[in-house]
Ligand binder design. Structure first.
Ligand code: GTP
Ligand code: MG
Length: 450
């Protein structure tokens, strides 16, 4: 490695031994400039190796979301792809809604460790009303973005050993109907396409004939385009993979067959599905696109899927979330955004709202108190009126009774007077009666003697 002075400037161009001649010319061009040759190998050409070593040491994580109707072969395909048997019981068809089941596994291939998460959409497509089927998927994907954003926003963040649960690839399993996409497929993919890298695949492709399959693929792609569904395109900007990725993009959606059963074909054990009329070899490119999917998903584009998740889908989520929170890149006067100013503005806005709420509550309280006070006054007045009425009634009654008593007393007195007079008359009558009797007795006696 050499330092070559750049003509007309104080900069030095660093060049390797292979460009020695050019360096010599440059040196001759800059008369008087010092030629500094390094005493030994500097070695920053080893930086990519350092990066590789560090990444290998840390391990990788990859999260796949499998979306497809119950029994479409999702678990079988995962087992076939990673040559493992992940646990996973078949789901019943009577789920009231779609729910998400996530399982994580630690895989190792030579010295590379992979933390793989397989997320399944349990009960997808089983409900009579499928309107809400996509909701739990969207919520799950957003929840993973939110968790990452929260980690990013922490003062003390640990992103280097953060367990990234964001979905890197969504394998969308299309039923091998040979007709067209179902509305459920289109709606779900449309809702997911801005949040995740969608790779559509035709499941159980051994149940559809070769000609029908070609027509079905074309139909699916045209329906996706006409409905504006953005599926993941294998990148063609890196020239080392541009050709293969370009070819593979033309094969989408991949028609796959899954099987964990191994059958002896020739002198080799191969993954296949056996039928009375023949054998479908999973890894035979003439039989299905399984190898293409494995190549694209795992061998060639795994890192791009991770990168796209971070730079495209997560960025979009983050931007929307931060904008929702009031953060922007520039202020209304097109000046660079200041976090401090936004924070102050938000704080003032919040305090203003708080004060407004407080004032509203205070006024409401005063109003309530006034209302209660007038209610109480009204009740008090009513009580007073009632008391007055009752008092008057009582007085009237009392007066009436007194009058009655007085008239009764008068009657009693009159009666007593009459009674005394009657008694007097009676005693006088008795007296005169007894005097007459005595007189008659005397007369009778006198007459008897005669
Ligand atoms: P759930 O998890 O219950 O929703 O089902 P799944 O989508 O995981 O399907 P699973 O892998 O359990 O497979 C369901 C049935 O389909 C099993 O009997 C598999 O053997 C069969 N199957 C899986 N893949 C294929 C395939 O590519 N072709 C055919 N013909 N059958 C398959
Ligand atoms: Mg399953």
């Amino acid at each position: 490695m050499y330092l070559v002075p750049v003509a007309g400037s104080r900069d030095f161009l660093v060049t390797s031994g292979s460009t020695m001649a050019a360096a010599e010319i440059a040196r001759q061009m800059t008369e008087g400039a010092r030629n500094l040759s390094l005493s030994g190998h500097v070695g920053f050409d080893g930086m990519p190796d350092q990066l590789v070593n560090k990444s290998v040491c840390q391990g990788f994580c990859f999260n796949i979301l499998c979306v497809g109707e119950t029994g479409l072969g999702k678990s079988t395909l995962m087992d076939t792809l990673f040559n493992t048997r992940f646990e996973g019981d078949p789901s019943p068809h009577n789920q009231p809604g779609v729910h998400i089941k996530s399982s994580s596994y630690e895989l190792q291939e030579s010295s590379v460790r992979l933390k793989l998460s397989i997320v399944n959409s349990v009960g997808f497509g089983d409900q009579i009303n499928k309107e809400e089927s996509y909701k739990s998927l969207v919520e799950f994907i957003d929840a993973q973005f939110e968790a990452y954003l929260q980690e990013e926003l922490k003062i003390k963040r640990t992103l280097h050993n953060y367990h990234d649960s964001r979905i890197h690839a969504c394998l969308y399993f299309i039923a091998p109907t040979g007709h067209s996409l179902k509305s459920l497929d289109l709606v779900t993919m449309k809702k997911l396409d801005s949040k995740v890298n969608i790779i559509p695949i035709i499941a159980k492709a051994d149940s559809i004939s070769k000609n029908e399959l070609q027509k079905f693929k074309i139909k699916i792609m045209s329906e996706l385009v006409s409905n504006g569904v953005q599926i993941y395109q294998f990148p063609t900007d890196d020239e080392t993979v541009a050709e293969i990725n370009g070819t593979m993009n033309a094969h989408l959606p991949f028609a796959v067959v899954g099987s964990t059963e191994e059958i002896k074909i020739g002198n080799k054990m191969m993954k296949a599905r056996q039928y009375p009329w023949g054998t479908v070899q999973v890894e035979n490119e003439n039989h299905c696109d399984f190898v293409k999917l494995r190549e694209m998903l795992i061998r060639v584009n795994m890192e791009d899927l991770r990168e796209q998740t971070h730079t495209r889908h997560y960025e979009l989520y983050r931007r929307c979330k931060l904008e929702e929170m009031g953060f922007k890149d520039t202020d209304p006067d097109n000046k660079p955004f200041s976090l401090q100013e936004t924070y102050e503005a938000k704080r003032n806005e919040f305090l203003g709202e708080l004060q407004k709420k407080e004032e509203e509550m205070r006024q409401m309280f005063v109003m309530r108190v006034k209302e209660k006070e007038s209610e109480l006054k009204e009740a008090e007045k009513e009580l007073h009126d009632k008391f007055d009425r009752l008092k008057k009634l009582h007085q009237d009654e009392k007066k009436k009774l007194e009058d009655k008593k007085k008239s009764l007393d008068d009657e009693i007195n009159a009666f007593k007077q009459r009674k005394t007079a009657a008694e007097l008359l009676q005693s006088q009558a008795q007296q005169s009666g007894s005097q007459q009797t005595l007189k008659r007795e005397k007369e009778r006696k006198n007459s008897g003697f005669l």
